[in-house]
Ligand binder design. Structure first.
Ligand code: SAH
Length: 242
């Protein structure tokens, strides 16, 4: 499907509300929209079917990460559990200088993201197939990244354990959450200690147009993660660090 004029306006207007001028890259979002809706007929990439939902809840929602102010410059960023490329793909379009690593456990989703990047001509991208629990123990990836972004993969305790080992000391985790995240942050200070993280900020924001509440949870890595983390998936699921 082609993005309609209405969808295009919605995206441009919503972006302005986020402080972003998308006119120079709007053609890439149009191509991404066409690619996503086409591929979604073959493989289940997203349950969102309406144009308005895709623009708001995938494209603009991904761009809210920019409000962290931490995604400027030639940084190495890993998008953990990227699925159909969110938030990594819109971020890469809006900030081409980011070196974006898409990490995803499901091979066909990752292949779709790779094809999309090729189609959009996005360079400085890498595609890492596997579970973060294993990837984060590989020397090539452990303590490598400047930033980790993550949306809709697990609770704060779970995703902190997946992402912090991937970050270098001085790096940041930027987690996209909703207003209910406060409950997930009980015991955060103690829980983050073995991972080498500290909670820096919970940034409150609204999705443009819909007014839906969003939170960016920003965690800074201040010390090396203990070598035994991340634990195996079953251990993380059974007993989160917080
Ligand atoms: N971030 C995307 C997808 C969310 S769905 C979005 O917000 O739209 C969660 C995705 O994370 C799925 O594609 C799933 O395969 C992947 N995933 C879940 N746990 C993972 C793990 N431990 N390592 C890598 N990928 C994981």
């Amino acid at each position: 499907m082609e993005l309609t004029a209405t969808g295009r306006e919605l995206l441009l207007r919503g972006a302005v509300a986020l402080g972003e001028e998308l006119s120079p890259t709007i053609h890439l979002f149009e191509r991404l929209y066409a690619q996503l809706t086409e591929a979604n007929r073959q493989i289940n990439l997203t349950s969102l079917r309406e144009e308005r939902d895709i623009v708001l809840k995938h494209f603009l929602d991904s761009l809210t990460c920019l409000a962290s102010g931490l995604l400027e410059g030639p940084l190495e960023v890993v998008d953990v559990g990227t699925g159909a490329g969110f938030p990594g793909l819109p971020l890469k379009i809006a900030r081409p200088s980011l070196r974006m690593y898409f990490l995803e456990a499901t091979r066909k989703k990752l292949r779709y993201v790779e094809e999309s990047c090729a189609l959009l001509g996005l360079g400085d991208t890498a595609f890492v197939w596997g579970r973060a629990e294993q990837i984060a123990h590989q020397p090539e990836y452990r303590a490598r990244f400047d930033r980790a972004v993550i949306r809709a993969v697990g609770s704060m305790g779970q995703i902190s354990e997946l992402c912090l080992p991937l970050l270098k000391v001085g790096g940041y985790l930027i987690a996209q959450k909703g207003p209910e995240v406060a409950r997930e942050l009980e015991g955060v200070e103690r829980g983050l200690r073995p991972l080498g993280g500290v909670l820096e900020e919970v940034k409150e924001l609204e999705l443009p147009e819909s007014g839906d509440q969003r939170r960016l949870v920003i965690i800074k890595k201040v010390a090396a993660t203990e070598p035994r983390y991340p634990r195996r998936p079953e251990a993380i699921a059974r007993h989160g660090l917080f």
